[in-house]
Each structure stands twice: as C-alpha cells, then as structure tokens.
Design a protein around this ligand. Structure first.
Ligand SMILES: Nc1ncnc2c1ncn2[C@@H]1O[C@H](COP(=O)(O)OP(=O)(O)OP(=O)(O)O)[C@@H](O)[C@H]1O
Ligand SMILES: [Mg+2]
Length: 256
C-alpha cells in the first residue's frame, strides 16, 4: 500500500543542507499498521508529511498503491488522511463540528453530506448533536474523535497518525487507541503511526521502524520486539526505557 525507496528529505538551514530523512526505505502492506518511533528530531513527522503529499522528497521515491507519488492529484488527498497530536490546533475554532465535517465533503463533491456527517459521528462514538458544538465545547478526547471522523469521512485507505493520543489523559488515550484499532480492522485501513511511546506502538502496530538522526536504524515486528529480538542498540535502549517505566504491553488494555 505504501512504500518508500531511499527517501531523502533535505532542508536548507542558513545556507547549509540538513538531511532530516536519510535514505529511508520501508514497506507497509495494505491493512497493516506501521509504527515510527525515535527521539525528537529524528525525522518521524517529516516522513509523514512526505507520505501525505505535502512535502516533496529531495531524492528517492514514495509509492502509494503501487504508483509513484510525484504530483499528487486531488483524489490522492482523499485517499490518504492525516491525524495530528493536537486536535485543538487542527480544528477551526470558529466553526461548528457540522461545518468542520462538511468542508472536506464539499471540497471533494460528495453526495448525501448530511447523512455522511451523522454516520461519521456515530462511527467514532459521538452523538449526532455534537454537530452544533464548537471545538472548545468538547473534551480533548471528543475533539480527537472529531478529527478521526473528519479523516474517516473521506473514506481513505491510508491514515497517517502523528502522536494521536499523546495530548490526552491516559484513560482517554486507551479509549481513542481502541477506537483507532477497531476502525482499522473493520475497514481494512492502513496506518502509519508516529509515537514516542512504545506501549502505544505495541498496542496498535504490527511492525515498527526505529528512527535515529534521520535514518531508519531497524525495522522489527512488535512480536519480535517483545520477544527481545531487537538487534540495534538504540531499539534495545527504547525497549529498556519502556520496561523500566513499567509499561505493560497488553492486547486489550493499555495500562501502566
Ligand atoms: N520545514 C523545515 N525546515 C527546516 N528544518 C526542518 C523543517 N521541518 C523539520 N525540520 C528539521 O528536521 C528534523 C526532523 O524533524 P521532525 O519534525 O521530522 O522530527 P520528529 O522526529 O517528528 O520529532 P518530534 O518527536 O519532536 O516530533 C529536525 O531537526 C527539524 O528541526
Ligand atoms: Mg514530530
């Protein structure tokens, strides 16, 4: 579904070239969930921005559904949706939820918009009446549900999630993660999820890519990670921190 081949992204920093993403190759099969972990500044969000079509590769290729992503068409932006850490920042505070959900539908000329909005709200566990509320009238968890509804309403195949629950309370985090997990299974969605929290990644992903200084230093399945089969010292280090903080990797419940 998604593939990068030696993806490289460079920025110009006061006249010098800075390589934020350095020859990263990864494959995410349809219906699976790939986690990106690594320290701050290692290039995780930059990879997501490139996959979303909003940032160009300096070199290397991105393939979505087998075709190269060079000059994405409007339909591409329907197929690949992004969910951010801070739903407050990504929802227009001046618009009611109904309008926030209607805008992408109008932009992409969907029919039966009122029905689709109602269904999207129900799908993420919000009442239909949430339509008349403003973002500030909702809780953090409810706002993130709106952001998920806005992504789903486009009927995407791929959802890119950048720290989708790190701004939420731990109890609400588990609810939203379980919702994301269920939606992926029900709809056969493909996820790429960025998180600094290995417990979140272990809960939601099949495979992870470990980023350090713009390079993907290891890819490993979550099963192998938990079986202690990480090879790269940095992956082992991340796992040691997670275990030291007593993160519990549980299939059904996220607890610590
Ligand atoms: N538009 C930009 N111009 C210049 N440098 C950038 C730009 N965007 C990102 N960078 C740099 O690229 C590097 C990778 O940034 P990125 O946001 O991908 O990191 P990250 O892994 O998502 O970090 P975090 O966990 O803190 O979100 C950083 O050093 C960042 O400063
Ligand atoms: Mg980031």
């Amino acid at each position: 579904m998604l593939e990068t081949r030696e993806l490289t992204i460079e920025f110009n920093r006061s006249g010098k070239t800075f390589t934020a993403v350095d020859k990263v190759s990864m494959t995410v099969t349809q219906g699976s969930s790939f986690g990106l972990v690594g320290e701050s500044g290692s290039g995780k969000s930059t990879i997501l921005r490139a996959l979303s079509g909003f940032m160009r590769a300096s070199s290397g290729d991105i393939l979505v559904g087998g075709s190269t992503l060079k000059n994405p068409e409007k339909s591409f932006f329907k197929q690949v949706q992004m969910i951010f850490q801070d739903p407050f920042g990504s929802l227009n505070p001046a618009h009611r939820i109904g309008r926030i959900l209607d805008e992408p539908l109008r932009l992409h000329s969907f029919d039966n918009r009122a029905d689709r909005i109602r269904r999207a709200l129900v799908d993420v566990g919000l009442p239909e009446t949430a339509q008349s509320r403003y973002p500030h009238e909702l809780s953090g968890g409810q706002r993130q549900r709106v952001a998920i509804a806005r992504a789903l309403i486009m009927e995407p195949q791929v959802i890119l999630l950048d720290e989708p629950t790190s701004a939420l309370d731990v109890s609400v985090q588990a609810e939203v993660l379980n919702l994301l997990d269920r939606l992926r299974t029900e709809r056969g969605l493909t996820y790429v999820l960025v998180s600094h929290d290995l417990a979140v990644v272990a809960h939601l992903c099949d495979e992870i890519g470990v980023m350090q200084d713009g390079k993907m230093v290891e890819t490993i399945t979550v099963d192998n990670l938990l079986a202690g089969e990480a090879k790269h010292p940095y992956t082992q280090h991340l796992l040691a921190i997670a275990l030291k903080n007593d993160l519990v990797f549980d299939e059904n419940q996220l607890s610590r």
